[in-house]
Design a protein around this ligand. Structure first.
Ligand code: PLP
Length: 436
């Protein structure tokens, strides 16, 4: 294992538990030497990881600042208030709950705060880019509530092909009178028109919940329009484009709703908050308030658009014709009718390019196979890739997939050369931490 800067965290771990240290070091090496294109992943800063590794993990702080169920919470009150203040400033809202353990928990709290069991809500279905917590049958959202789904434009001749069909949103809301209209997605490459969603929610007497888990970093820096003041409740993760520790946030401008959200989070669905993660969220939110973070987010979008353009030039189809944000869906069948997301993901991983297979709108293949890949630029941009590097990435993707289509021998040869080239490029763009 190559050794970079001395790392006291890893030294401590190695001395205390070599078995765990070996696995963690191998993962650090994997991250250092591969190109991360999974749209929901990123590389958190050394300061974020340092905060997550502090004594803040030792404390029970059930409740909220000034209203705890345990003594000794003085500094936990301070850190949680700081995280709340930074979240409110960053997103321009009046109330922020920083305790959700994850994005799914944030959504669960939003649902509990806005609906009764059995109530109807409208969302985009998972296979079109929604999230499993947006009404999948075997998720809490589909078990305890009644999801109805609006659609994308599926008409190839329509100028908005594969984009949100706002007429469908309106029609579904008119027919089902949902308690909540949910927008925000896991695999949607275009701008979300929050004002239009709010207009439709108002017509239907629904509350608008915006789940901005993927695009939070873009929103925080004005690179994507803000859900405020349109959405009644905004939920997000903190670990995707926002580049913080794994976790969630729930935000609102409405005092009554904020009380319901707090109650829903604790004692509704969680016990003690992960205070070391709250500390790391405070650090990440602080980083997100800097000018550098805005420049970073602008580069994320530029890099995603460059990657999308370069892949189109290689004969792939980007769904909806491109991207406005940090991610894209690549329709592999445009390159070759036999190419599947499953094969592409596996072949690329062999060459050190990490992606995830993903259904494309109206996909004829099953979710375990798929016709698409979802690619995102947040992680590569964090390590300093610019547009020339994104064009190289597109060329590598095409080389590997073309070789795979030709057969096992060709794939093995190409994988070996591309893997070496990927390693070289990664070495030129080291991660902000070097925890080996
Ligand atoms: C990732 C994601 C979530 C859930 O986040 P977890 O932290 O994995 O629970 C929720 N909603 C959307 C739209 C997401 O993309």
């Amino acid at each position: 294992m190559p050794t970079h800067a001395p790392d006291t965290v890893m030294d401590t771990l190695r001395a205390a538990d070599p078995e765990v240290a070996t696995i963690v070091a191998a993962e650090a090496e994997r991250q250092e030497t591969t190109i991360e294109l999974i749209a929901s992943e990123n590389h958190a800063s050394p300061a974020v990881m340092a905060a997550a590794g502090t004594v803040m993990t030792n404390k029970y702080a059930e409740g909220y600042p000034g209203r705890r169920y345990y003594g000794g919470c003085l500094h936990h009150d301070a850190i949680e208030r700081l995280a709340q203040e930074r979240a409110k400033k960053l997103f321009g809202c009046s109330y922020a709950n920083v305790q959700p353990h994850s994005g799914a928990q944030a959504n669960m709290a939003a649902f509990l705060a806005t609906m009764d069991p059995g109530n109807t809500f409208a969302s985009l279905v998972l296979k079109d880019g929604g999230h499993l917590s947006h009404g999948m049958k075997i998720n809490f959202s589909g078990i305890f509530y009644n999801p109805v789904h609006y659609a994308l434009h599926y008409d190839k001749a329509h100028p908005e092909h594969e984009r949100i069909d706002y007429d469908s949103v309106r029609a579904v809301c008119k027919e089902h009178k949902p308690r909540v209209l949910l927008c925000g997605y896991s695999a949607y490459p275009r701008v979300i028109d929050f004002a239009r969603f709010r207009e439709i929610a108002d017509e239907a007497g629904a509350l608008l919940v915006a789940d901005v888990a993927h695009i939070a970093g873009l929103i925080a820096t004005g690179v994507h329009p803000s859900p405020f003041p349109h959405a009644h409740v905004v939920t997000t993760t903190t670990h995707k484009s926002l580049r913080g520790p794994r976790g969630g946030l729930v935000m609102t401008n409405d005092e009554e709703l904020s009380k319901k959200i707090n109650k829903a989070l604790f004692p509704g669905i969680q016990g003690g908050p992960l205070m070391h993660i709250v500390a790391a969220k405070a650090v990440a939110l602080g980083e997100a308030l800097t000018h550098e973070f805005k420049t970073y987010q602008q580069q994320v979008v530029a890099n995603a658009q460059t990657l999308a353009g370069a892949l189109s030039a290689h004969g792939y189809r980007i769904t909806s014709g491109g991207t406005d944000n940090h991610l894209m869906l690549v329709d592999l069948t445009a390159r070759d009718a036999e190419l599947t997301g499953k094969d592409a993901e596996g072949w690329l991983e062999g060459a050190g390019i990490i992606t995830n297979k993903n259904g494309i709108p109206d996909d004829a293949r099953s979710p375990m196979v798929t016709s698409g890949l979802r690619l995102g630029a947040p992680a590569t941009t964090t390590r300093g890739f610019g547009e020339p590097e994104m064009r190289e990435v597109a060329a590598w993707i095409d080389r590997v997939l073309s070789a795979g289509l030709k057969g096992a021998d060709e794939l093995a040869r190409t994988t070996e050369t591309v893997r070496a080239e990927v390693r070289d490029m990664c070495a030129r763009f080291p991660l902000p931490h070097a925890a080996h």
